[in-house]
Design a binder for this molecule. Structure first.
Ligand code: FAD
Length: 386
């Protein structure tokens, strides 16, 4: 193998470059990234960067030692026999696609912030002034974190959510409802069951009539995998780039990792596309090994965290496969968890301010061990297998 290209300059991109070199790939290596910046971490953007405590989250990588050609500010535009890019066509023996995901925007001519890049974060931070009316559309992970930062900055914050509870799409309405009181406690108005039609100058137009005035609008209604440039190629696109349990596309030598990849999960017996940091961090090592001739399976228990309204929320597993949910601890009385089971196996857990539960549960999910339900429901007993 003489030339490998990494498409996308986010965390999954830099981790791929590092993994290829760490695993002894000696050939030519090129990273093509649309942003003008070197790869950086995104989780702090909605946390320390918005709070003004951090301004640079560049990943600490030694690009000289990595001997990697950086084509920053260039896009990959198509995949034929070669990789089409705005810097010209590039031939390759191996290709790892890590083009991530992009935020969905609302219709309308009014200004709206999204939060995906460091430039987005800096622009939004400048608008979080004391007294400013900030309307956040979407009470998902990003919306909740932005509302936290905006409230802390002294803004008057309204969060508008189409579903009946926060986090409904992520963890279901029953669990999401337990986070609703956090908004009022932080002085944030939560308007649920309200659909936004468009963003106009001066605020939001609502689908059912009426409007919400705002000095700044932040749209946090989800992302789409960045795969449109692959339409018409021979890769299978199905809510992301479809890859197998070894992160291989159907085309030899072409792999996909991170937010853009939907991989076959041996544990959950379905394709998963997980838009979280841990996947971008760890999948590249497996893709690099397999590109270099290995046979490694990528079969993690998906994991992520969110810091919102003073709480550490963590999730591991994949709850849509579950048939039962068990509460652990009382949401009204501090730290708690919701545990999902398939039969007598733990499928997923979400914990609030109980990091130890998360670590223990993640191990049990990975090992697919049986669990004792009554012990699981008792927060005084550590999460353990039966
Ligand atoms: P990305 O980070 O999206 O990187 C993809 C890169 O490819 C981008 O730089 C993009 O510009 C580039 N690109 C796209 N198209 C092209 C193209 N055609 N040509 C060339 N380059 C292209 N996860 C957690 O687990 N916990 C958190 O608390 C958390 N907080 C987050 C907060 C924010 C504000 C955001 C945005 C994300 C957060 N995440 C969090 C998610 C996590 O950051 C992502 O899962 C991770 O960044 C995905 O990495 P990636 O490299 O796959 O994709």
């Amino acid at each position: 193998m003489e030339r490998v290209i990494v498409a996308g300059g986010g965390l999954a991109g830099v981790r791929t470059v590092e993994a290829l070199r760490a695993q002894g790939y000696p050939g030519r290596l090129t990273l093509v990234g649309a942003e003008p910046h070197r790869p950086y971490d995104r989780p702090p953007l909605s946390k320390a960067v918005l709070r003004g405590e951090l301004d640079d989250t560049t990943v600490d990588a030694d690009w000289t030692a990595l001997d990697c050609e950086l084509l920053l500010g260039h896009r990959v535009t198509g995949l034929t026999d070669v990789l089409e890019t705005t810097a010209g066509p590039l031939g390759f023996d191996g290709l790892v696609i890590a083009t991530g995901a992009s935020p969905i925007r609302l219709p309308g001519d009014g200004p709206q912030h999204v939060l995906r890049t460091i430039d987005d974060a800096r622009a939004l931070r400048a608008d979080l002034r004391p007294g400013a009316r900030v309307a956040v559309v979407g009470a998902g992970w990003i919306g909740a974190e932005v509302a936290t930062a905006a409230a802390k900055a002294g803004c008057r914050v309204t969060v508008v959510e189409a579903a009946d509870t926060p986090l409904a799409a992520a963890v279901g309405a029953e669990v999401g409802a337990k986070t609703a009181p956090w908004y009022a406690e932080a002085g944030v108005e939560l308007r649920h069951g309200v659909k936004v039609a468009s963003v106009e100058r001066g605020g939001l137009e609502l689908a059912g009539g009426g409007s919400i005035e705002a000095d700044a609008v932040v749209t946090g209604i989800g992302v789409r995998p960045e795969t449109s440039w692959l339409e018409g190629s021979d890769l299978t696109l199905d809510d992301g780039i479809a890859v197998d349990e070894r992160l291989r596309t159907g085309r030899p030598g072409v792999f996909a990792v991170g937010d853009c990849a939907a991989w076959w999960s041996s544990t959950f017996r379905r394709r998963l596309r997980v838009e979280h940091w841990d996947t971008a961090l760890n999948a590249p090592e497996v893709a690099a090994a397999n590109l270099l001739g290995g046979e490694r399976v990528y079969d993690p228990v998906p994991y992520f965290w969110s810091e919102q309204f003073g709480h550490m929320v963590q999730y591991a597993g994949h709850h849509p496969v579950a048939d039962t949910m068990i509460w652990r601890g009382d949401p009204a009385a501090g730290g708690w968890a919701a545990c999902w089971l398939t039969g007598d196996r733990l499928a997923a857990i979400v914990t609030v301010d109980r990091p130890r539960d998360l670590v223990q549960a993640r191990r049990i999910i990975a090992a697919q061990k049986r669990i004792d339900r009554s012990a699981l429901a008792d927060p005084a007993i550590p999460v353990r297998d039966a």
